[in-house]
Design a protein around this ligand. Structure first.
Ligand SMILES: [Zn+2]
Length: 221
C-alpha cells in the first residue's frame, strides 16, 4: 500500500493537485473533512464520537481522526494506496499517523510539498473583490477589472470581504504556515519529503509531482 501525503499552504494549489493525482494514479483522495461527514452520515461508532466534538465546535481529537483514516484505508478502493489531502495538519498528527501505519507494517511513502513563497500566497489569497450590486468577482492579479474599483459589467463599486483583506489573510496564513512547517520538518529527516515548486502553472506542477512519484523504483510493481 502506497500512502502519499500532499502538503501545501492554503492557496498553494494542493487540493487541485490531489484531485488530479488521484485520477491519474487511480488512488482514492482522502480528505479528513469528507471522512468526518461520511462517518457521521453512516452513523459509525467513530462518526458518533466525532460528531459530539463537532457539535460543541471543538476539534476532533487526533486519535479519532487517525482511527477513522485507518478504517477508510481498509476500503477496497484503497488496497493499492491513497492520497492524503489535508492530513496531517501538525507534528502530533504526523507522528500519530506514523505509529498507526507502522503497526500495520506500512508507512508514508512520500510527503509531497507544493511550495509557494509567503508573499505569493498572500497575493493569491487576498486579491479578491466583489461587485456590490451583483457579486461579480475580480482578482487583482488573475482577473483585474478594467477600471480599478469598478465592476466591468454593471459599473457598481467593488468591495472586499473582511476575510479577503490582506491583513486578515496575513494573520491567518502566518498561523497556518507555522503548522505546515512543523509537518515539513517532521518528514524531512525521514527521507520521504519531496518539494516541488508550486509557483508554476498547474500542469507543470502536476508533471513534477508525477515524475517524483513514478520514479520510485517499486512504484509500478
Ligand atoms: Zn457587477
Amino acid at each position: 500500500m502506497r500512502i502519499l501525503v500532499l502538503l501545501g499552504a492554503p492557496g498553494a494549489g494542493k487540493g487541485t493537485q490531489a484531485h488530479i493525482l488521484a485520477r491519474h494514479l487511480g488512488l482514492p483522495r482522502i480528505a479528513t473533512g469528507d471522512l468526518f461527514r461520511a462517518a457521521v452520515r453512516a452513523g459509525t461508532p467513530l462518526g458518533i464520537e466525532a460528531e459530539q466534538y463537532m457539535e460543541r465546535g471543538e476539534f476532533v481529537p487526533d486519535d479519532i481522526t487517525v482511527r477513522m483514516l485507518l478504517e477508510r484505508l481498509e476500503a477496497p478502493d484503497a488496497d493499492r494506496g491513497a492520497i492524503l489531502d489535508g492530513f496531517p495538519r501538525n507534528r502530533a498528527q504526523a507522528a500519530a499517523l506514523d505509529d498507526a501505519l507502522a503497526r500495520r507494517g506500512t508507512r508514508v511513502e512520500l510527503a509531497l510539498y507544493v511550495a509557494v513563497p509567503e508573499d505569493e500566497l498572500l497575493t493569491r489569497l487576498s486579491g479578491r473583490w466583489l461587485c456590490q450590486a451583483h457579486g461579480h468577482t475580480y482578482h487583482d492579479v488573475a482577473y483585474p477589472p478594467r477600471t480599478p474599483g469598478i465592476c466591468d459589467i454593471d459599473g457598481s463599486p467593488l468591495i472586499q470581504r473582511q476575510d479577503d483583506q490582506v491583513e486578515v489573510v496575513r494573520a491567518r496564513l502566518a498561523n497556518q504556515l507555522g503548522f505546515l512547517e512543523e509537518v515539513v520538518e517532521y518528514y524531512g529527516p525521514l527521507g520521504v519529503l519531496r518539494t516541488v515548486d508550486g509557483r508554476r502553472p498547474i500542469a507543470a506542477v502536476t508533471a513534477d509531482l508525477l515524475d517524483t512519484i513514478e520514479s520510485r523504483p517499486y512504484w509500478r510493481t
